[in-house]
Design a protein around this ligand. Structure first.
Ligand SMILES: Nc1ncnc2c1ncn2[C@@H]1O[C@H](COP(=O)(O)OP(=O)(O)OP(=O)(O)O)[C@@H](O)[C@H]1O
Length: 273
């Protein structure tokens, strides 16, 4: 679903530019969750912006479902943006304080001119159910929702236009640990139900290992290691991965346990969302 080849990207600094992503190659298959992990400033968000078409790379390519994103213009680029949706760290910032949940979820449908008013409302009902929110949440504004509920709304909004790839940039970093587990379980469910491809970006290997099928480790804009989660976390090949693991508490379950349906045991919640 996502194929990144030899990607290099930079930002302006002073009179020149500084390279923040160097020769990154990675893939995310349909129905696969790939965790991208690395410390703050290693280029994770820049990579997410390149994937969504918001930041132009210097060299290399990004293909989504076989289409080279950075060759697209105009309506083709807008259609691409439908296929790739993002979920951000702070749902409080990504949702408008003035919009009730229903309006927030329906907005992308309106912008992309999908359906009429009635079919959009039906779709909103469906999406509320899909992300585990009660119908009455539809009438509330963000400040009347918990952080976990807000992130569920942000996920429903991202799913509204039926994307093929979800890019989640630190989606649980701002949430309590008990709420984090529920959101991670939700993303696993969505992968299973919708066959969604997901690039899950985090600085936290303890979080990533709980849901990713594969892990990509980035340092200073380069991929230093990538492979199946079990291999990367039990037999890390790069000293930096070993450093990250040494700093990681052994919490939660691995992807096999998740696949075996024991999700509710992933540090599941002590508090209701
Ligand atoms: N708009 C920008 N202009 C100039 N430099 C930028 C810009 N955005 C990011 N950078 C720089 O690019 C580098 C990578 O930043 P990026 O946000 O991609 O990393 P990150 O791994 O997502 O970090 P964090 O987890 O802290 O957000 C950093 O050195 C940052 O200062």
């Amino acid at each position: 679903m996502l194929e990144i080849e030899q990607l290099t990207a930079s930002h302006p600094r002073g009179r020149g530019r500084v390279t923040v992503i160097s020769n990154v190659t990675l893939r995310v298959g349909a129905g696969e969750i790939v965790g991208l992990v690395g410390e703050s400033g290693c280029g994770k968000t820049t990579l997410a912006r390149v994937i969504t078409g918001l930041h132009r790379p210097d060299t290399g390519s990004v293909r989504v479902a076989g289409t080279d994103v950075h060759r697209l213009r105009g309506r083709h680029l807008r259609a691409h943006r439908r296929q790739v949706q993002m979920v951000f760290q702070d749902p409080g910032l990504s949702l408008s304080p003035r919009q009730a949940t229903r309006q927030a979820i329906a907005e992308p449908l309106r912008i992309h001119r999908i359906g009429d008013t009635r079919s959009r409302q039906q779709r909103v009902d469906e999406l509320l159910g899909l992300v585990g929110l009660d119908p009455d949440v539809g009438e509330r504004r963000p400040r009347q929702l918990s952080g976990g509920q807000q992130q569920r709304v942000a996920i429903a909004r991202a799913l509204a236009v039926a994307p093929r790839l979800l890019v989640c940039d630190e989606p649980v970093t701002a949430l309590d640990v008990s709420v984090q587990a529920k959101i991670l379980n939700l993303l696993c469910d969505l992968r299973d139900k919708l066959g969604l491809a997901c690039l899950f970006i985090s600085h936290d290997l303890a979080v990533v290992r709980q849901l990713a099928d594969r892990i990509v480790v980035m340092r200073d804009g380069r991929v230093v290691e990538q492979g199946p989660t079990t291999a990367v976390t039990t037999q890390p090949g790069h000293p930096y991965t070993r450093e990250l693991l040494a700093a990681t508490p052994t919490i939660g379950l691995g992807p096999r346990d998740v696949a075996a349906g024991r999700r509710s045991e992933i540090a599941e919640p002590h508090s209701k969302l």
